[in-house]
Design a protein around this ligand. Structure first.
Ligand code: 13P
Ligand code: SF4
Length: 305
């Protein structure tokens, strides 16, 4: 639990440096509690384009800070932990993108935001888990090379039979580790609970779920639901906001591995330290930043259609 002294210090430093804190739902509840904007990847990307403050302190993993910087090159972006990185963000090769582009004339390279700035710079459009279906549906291309996540790609492909998907074998180790047997065992323990699942989970887990959505969508669904119990198949960080919004409802995990070690590198102590020093800054070469900006902007446009 965050102390009054820590709260006061964060407030004072934010005012001193004209800074705002952006946090993903997977970071610790204490960090979420002091953030100015908390949300899923799409919400945070949109929020980053609207911020007036001079400095963004990002409580999340590196691809999120990079996206905030790419969308706001004139602002100072500082990561709470610059070593918090998403392994999936690196799970596709630029050579694979080049090969697919050579093989297909009519192809769109669709890049999940969980990717490095370099990978984005070789892509046509970005997506997040909450807008991927809409964005891909709005593309004129028949062939879709969906990178890096296989599970999200597969989930979207099943809903768009008119498209031809080319898959990549990237994955999120946190969501992949949530297995069907554990979900079924948890369902036996809590027969009245609805199963809420993130689309980075495997297809067999999605198949036994009552609702599939991004972190924000899972929170919104549970909040609107008349049900009182839920099995939550995503990273444990969402339990904070689920509990805040629904103190009378019960939320259960389905295993012991729903824990992203990179998101958990973000702590209140480090946040205060970063607000004091405002370094290291996220710095990207200008050419890379301009190239990676185009697919992010295209995502924002297509997702708002
Ligand atoms: P969303 O923020 O789109 O729910 O994605 C979750 C995720 O894996 C972020 O790392
Ligand atoms: Fe990456 Fe998975 Fe962690 Fe999200 S939860 S940052 S996708 S490893």
């Amino acid at each position: 639990m965050i102390s009054d002294n820590e709260l006061a210090r964060i407030k004072e430093l934010k005012e001193k440096h004209d800074a705002v804190i952006l946090a993903h739902y997977y970071v610790d509840g204490d960090v979420q509690a002091v953030a100015d904007y908390v949300g899923d990847s799409f919400f945070l990307a949109k929020a980053a384009t609207k911020i007036k403050a001079k400095t963004i302190v990002f409580a999340g993993v590196s691809f999120m800070g990079e996206s905030a910087k790419i969308l706001n090159p004139e602002k100072k972006v500082v990561m709470v932990d610059e070593f918090a990185d998403c392994p999936m963000a690196h799970m596709v090769d630029i050579d694979d993108i080049k090969k697919v582009r050579e093989e297909y004339d009519d192809v769109a390279v669709v890049c999940y935001v969980n990717s490095t700035a370099e990978i984005k710079s070789y892509s046509d459009v970005c997506v997040t888990s909450s807008n991927a279906l809409k964005v891909v549906k709005n593309l004129p291309n028949k062939n879709i090379f969906f990178i890096p996540d296989y599970n999200l790609a597969h989930y979207i492909s099943e809903q768009l039979p008119e498209k031809h998907f080319i898959f990549n074998d990237g994955f999120c180790h946190v969501h992949k580790s949530i297995n069907k047997e554990e979900v079924l065992a948890a369902k036996e323990l809590h027969p009245d609970a609805e199963v809420l699942t993130h689309p980075e989970c495997t297809a067999d887990v999605l198949a036994i779920s009552d609702f599939i959505g991004s972190t924000s969508e899972i929170i919104d669904y549970a909040t609107a639901s008349a049900k009182k119990e839920f099995l939550v198949c995503t990273e444990m960080g969402v339990f904070y906001e689920l509990g805040q919004k629904n103190p009378e409802k019960k939320f259960y995990s389905v295993g012991h591995r729903q824990f992203c070690p990179n998101m958990k590198k973000v702590t209140v102590d480090k946040l205060i330290n970063r607000l004091e020093n405002l370094e290291p800054e996220v710095i990207l070469p200008e050419e890379l930043s301009v190239k990676a900006n185009a697919p992010l902007i295209k995502m924002l446009e297509l997702a708002s259609k």
